[in-house]
Write a protein that binds this ligand. Sequence first.
Ligand SMILES: CC(C)(COP(=O)(O)OP(=O)(O)OC[C@H]1O[C@@H](n2cnc3c(N)ncnc32)[C@H](O)[C@@H]1OP(=O)(O)O)[C@@H](O)C(=O)NCCC(=O)NCCS
Length: 166
Amino acid sequence: MSCLVSSAIRKMRPQDLPDVLAIEKRSSVTPWSERMFLDEFSNPFAFCYVIEEGGAVKRLVAYICFRILGNESEVLNLCVSPSWRGQGFGRKLMEFYLESCLAQGVERSYLEVCSSNDRAMGLYRSLSYEVVGRRKRFYQGRFDAFTLMKTLRKTRIATSKEDDPI
Ligand SMILES: CC(C)(COP(=O)(O)OP(=O)(O)OC[C@H]1O[C@@H](n2cnc3c(N)ncnc32)[C@H](O)[C@@H]1OP(=O)(O)O)[C@@H](O)C(=O)NCCC(=O)NCCS
């Protein structure tokens, strides 16, 4: 049975930060600090969510932070705990994010990714993100950064007239 069956997405809380910071440190050479997460909590345009896995005993396994400003949005941080990767949690958070964007009228979603991050690139490409920019040697003076963008299509809502049988 997939782990996703017993997983749930909820807003990140300050008391999640010890778990989140531990995952950050194991996942990034430039991990976010506690201050950076707290700044997102107090930013009215920012949103942070986590996935918890498990029944009675829950474990925080992944998180996402993004901002929505008018019709544009940017993913600032997406991370799955190393031991929980490859089980669909990253995709689940991205799909949740894109649904939130659609619900809030976002038309373009941006994110930045290291050119050597094959796993993340695989995920974003499968969600129809396209490379729209490249910063040479942006990460540790070695790896390029790709700016990716996805255009979100508005869902067409049928009018009551269209719904009527002819
Ligand atoms: C990138 C990351 C978020 C992906 O999350 P994940 O839970 O491991 O990925 P999922 O299991 O949801 O897989 C989603 C897609 O990613 C791609 N993917 C997963 N594992 C992969 C691998 N080993 N190699 C290449 N692509 C891979 C596939 O396209 C996969 O699609 P599928 O569902 O059809 O198999 C996660 O690996 C992570 O946290 N990495 C460290 C932090 C990071 O790089 N964040 C992104 C910064 S831009």
